[in-house]
Write a protein that binds this ligand. Structure first.
Ligand code: HAM
Length: 398
């Protein structure tokens, strides 16, 4: 995943594991406190273990990167903490790999972030990830246009996120939102399919205030995404996302074999600049749950055999010319980028070679007294069994 992100031109950043609670409350509202590990430090300050990294990355941007050339492309990985009931695929401490694209106002940015997420997931060996793309702004605009109050809409989003339409119906009943409004939302969030769905929805709902803009942005982003080869997705206007800061195109990636906790990635366009006093900073990003990726790869049985590449250097004496030559061989190999271990257990050649094989090495370099006298070492290819005498310098061209 890291090399995929580097290949897209993203640079790695690190942020602290704990932060002032305010940072998270400012971006997601006070309800987020229930979902976090919150504690008071010795100075009486309220601190929290981070539930995610997006807010901290945005602060990093506000502090250090506002003058950097746009767009700013960063990625990260590390542990996150959420106060939840643990179950398979849902943990209180888990790992995320994520990326943020900051300062790009165009649909190419939406498409790039989705493509990067999918390519990283594919690179990790997850077969057939299922990608769904929607637009939370469209859902907000719809609710607004049919007269659902902001507070009710705020409660409706988590229900829509879970696909709990019975819960939504009950909520609307309790809050005196008419059945017709429920029907409109129910039908809208059920819209799913290929890019043409956006046109159908536009024809049916485009007259509502703000909806046409949101839907045409979604259409533009999908047109960009279509230009990436073999990157399949489904339009899903029911994506509501759990976190509050999303404003535009949003997406989720599932791996069906995981059951209840099948979502391996979530992300989308958001506005967080204002909490750091910055206006108009368009941003989009995603985070992948690494624990779920491991589970998926394990379940799919897709772990590929790791290619044999490394070397073990075996000195037959512990000092003098033999050791000097052995270390020169090891350093030359390392300099050439070969993972190289030195035999430090004083094993004989036979045992050392078996050990090299078990540790997945491709080569063994044996340095004996006779070879050392001629300035050479024995290079054994553990796959073919072939053995040749070479000088340490020749090891640079394995
Ligand atoms: P999120 O959907 O809350 O988004 O989390 C992203 C991913 O982290 C989920 O899809 C899931 O795979 C994994 N995850 C979340 N909670 C747990 C848990 N308790 N145990 C195991 N895995 C978990 C975010 O965090 C946003 N910051 C993504 C983003 C970045 N949006 C814009 N930029």
């Amino acid at each position: 995943m890291r090399s995929t992100a580097l290949g897209f031109g993203y640079g790695e950043v690190r942020t602290p594991t704990f932060e002032h609670t305010d940072l998270f409350v400012a971006r997601s509202g006070p309800a987020i406190v229930d979902e976090m590990y919150v504690f008071e430090d010795k100075g009486g300050r309220s601190m929290s273990l981070r539930p995610e990294l997006t807010a901290a990355v945005m602060r990093l941007y506000a502090d250090r990167l506002t003058h950097a050339p746009k767009p700013v492309r960063v990625f990260y990985q590390g542990p996150c903490y959420r106060y939840e009931r643990p179950q398979k695929g849902r943990y209180r401490e888990f790992y995320q790999f994520g990326a943020e694209l900051i300062g790009c106002p165009h649909p190419e940015g939406d498409a790039e972030i989705i493509a990067l997420a999918v390519r990283a997931i594919q690179a990790a060996g997850v077969p057939d990830p299922v990608v769904r793309v929607g637009h939370v702004g469209a859902l907000h605009a719809l609710m607004d246009a049919i007269g659902v109050e902001a507070t009710v809409a705020g409660q409706a989003f988590p229900l829509i996120d879970k696909g709990d339409m019975t819960g939504l119906r009950t909520l609307f009943d309790q809050r005196d939102v008419g059945y017709e409004a429920f029907q409109v939302v129910d039908e809208f969030v059920a819209a799913s399919g290929d890019r043409s769905v956006v046109d159908h929805v536009m024809a049916a709902y485009g007259h509502y205030d703000g909806l046409a803009d949101a839907l045409s942005r979604l259409g533009e982003a999908l047109a960009q995404l279509d230009a990436y080869e073999d990157l399949g997705y489904t339009v899903d206007l029911g994506i509501a996302r759990g976190l509050d800061y999303y404003t535009g195109v949003v997406f989720e990636v599932d791996w069906e074999g995981l059951g209840a906790e099948k979502q391996i990635c979530g992300g989308g366009a958001y506005e967080l600049g204002q909490i750091f006093g910055l206006d108009n900073v368009p941003a989009t990003g995603f985070a992948i749950g690494l624990d779920r990726v491991y589970l998926a790869v394990e379940t799919a049985g897709g772990e590929e055999e790791v290619a044999r590449t490394g070397a073990l250097v075996v000195p037959m004496e512990r000092g003098g010319e033999v050791m000097r030559l052995a270390l020169r061989a090891a350093e030359t190999l390392r300099g050439a980028g070969v993972r190289t271990e030195l035999e430090v257990m004083r094993r004989g050649t036979g045992k050392a070679l078996r050990g090299a094989d078990q540790r997945g090495h491709r080569w063994a370099v044996i340095v004996g007294t006779d070879e050392a006298a001629s300035g050479k070492v024995a290079l054994k290819d553990l796959v073919s069994g072939e053995q040749t005498l070479v000088t340490p310098d020749q090891l640079a061209h394995l």
